[in-house]
Ligand binder design. Structure first.
Ligand code: NAI
Ligand code: MG
Length: 362
């Protein structure tokens, strides 16, 4: 069976990081895998080519693909372009049109990097947790959303948090399913003490849990959850939370373990009624890093680890995903470091050399 991938490398360091994944895909294909890749434009480069952050033609390719690999978009060159065609609009359209309602952000501590965390080594060593953030609902999208002039020198800003039962059900179900492939433990975070959406969130997660009673479920208030993440993150396995809390908590969790250049993510949609396949987009957490673009020093690990997530979640290639993640860990254990994660006594390498080393260990 062939796997159709759309590669959208984007701007800045996006193409540099994507080039390492392309080499890896070629090697995997030589060894019996059957990835078919197409490429498209997204972000500033798409705007330069046809005045939109992603063209309808590339959007159609994304819809037809089994998975999208996304690099990064944006940069100072496009700071002045109109709001609805700014580079980020390409990513937002992909998320919206593919209905990618779930954002998976792992926080993994590679043993070789445990001593460079800002937290104590025993707090962080061996950490492997997953934050599951609802991505298409909540306060970022709820209506009304406006600023009104009250006419007395005052203005009033309104954002609205809205969640329907089905939106909570599907993200909760995904959390329980993911937990079953990990350590069987879900912690749901909301603020039911002050928010009606938190009351419903708690209720629906609890009801959804009935079909997954083999998985342990805890509820935690999101602010307390933030404290616990920093105090003893290893108490968690899967954390499921709404769009706003998830945005913050996933950034906090990510930084427990080191550099932006290390962090992968996945955004998944609902399974197709006929094929059971989910729409999916995989991307590093970092942006286009204009300050280092073109210098050959970007860390490709976030992009490569995003591809490992693609193997795991889109293609059920669990063995290959494990092997790729082990290859990353092994290269780090050998002391290879890009500039962003460099420390005393280690060997500094560029993007290409890091990619080659990981491929050699794979
Ligand atoms: P950024 O993530 O691009 O860079 C922040 C800092 O981290 C920079 O110093 C950069 O050099 C470093 N960094 C990031 N990724 C790295 C890697 N792989 N290897 C080594 N160092 C790395 O965030 P920033 O500077 O806030 O934004 C730059 C541009 O990227 C902006 O136009 C922003 O809008 C865009 N952006 C795009 C995102 C996306 O495509 N999903 C996400 C975040 C920002
Ligand atoms: Mg964020």
């Amino acid at each position: 069976m062939t796997h159709k991938l759309l590669l959208l490398a984007g701007d800045g360091i996006g193409p540099e990081a994507m080039a390492e994944v392309k080499k890896l895909i070629a090697v995997m294909n030589e060894n019996g895998a059957s990835f078919v890749t197409e490429e498209g434009l997204v972000g500033g480069c798409a705007y330069d080519a046809h005045g939109a952050a992603i063209s309808d033609a590339d959007m159609a390719k994304a819809t037809a693909a089994d998975a999208v690999l996304f690099g990064a978009v944006g940069g100072p060159k496009w700071d002045g372009v109109p709001y609805d065609v700014r580079p980020e609009a390409g990513l937002l359209r992909l998320r919206k049109d593919l209905e990618l309602f779930a954002n998976l952000r792992p926080a993994i501590c590679y043993p070789a990097l445990a001593s460079s965390s800002s937290l104590k080594q025993d707090v962080i060593e061996g950490l492997d947790i997953l934050i599951l953030r609802e991505l298409t609902g909540g306060v970022y999208f709820g209506e009304p959303k406006q600023i009104t002039d009250l006419g007395n020198g005052q203005k009033r800003a309104v954002d609205t948090q809205v969640y329907d039962t089905y939106e909570i059900e599907r993200i909760a179900a995904m959390a329980f399913e993911l937990a079953r492939t990990r350590n069987n433990h879900v912690t749901s975070m909301e603020k039911r003490n002050v928010m009606k959406s938190g009351v419903l969130w708690n209720e629906v997660v609890t009801a959804t849990h009935k079909a997954y009673s083999d998985v342990k479920l805890d509820h935690m208030l999101a602010d307390a959850g933030g404290m616990q993440l920093v105090r003893w993150p290893k108490q968690f396995d899967v954390i499921v939370t709404d769009n706003l809390f998830g945005d913050m908590l996933s950034d906090v969790a990510a930084m427990l373990t080191g550099s932006l250049g290390m962090l992968p993510s996945a955004s998944l949609g609902a399974p197709d009624a006929k094929t059971g396949k989910r729409k999916a987009l995989y991307e590093p957490v970092h942006g286009s890093a204009p300050d280092i673009a073109g210098k050959g020093i970007a860390n490709p690990i976030a992009m490569i680890a995003s591809f490992a997530m693609c193997l795991r979640y889109s293609f059920d290639m669990v063995v290959e995903a494990d092997r790729l993640e082990a290859a990353i860990a092994a290269v780090l254990a050998d002391g290879l470091r890009t500039k962003d994660i460099m420390s005393d006594g280690m060997r500094e390498v560029g993007t290409v050399e890091m990619g080659d080393a990981i491929i050699a260990k794979y």
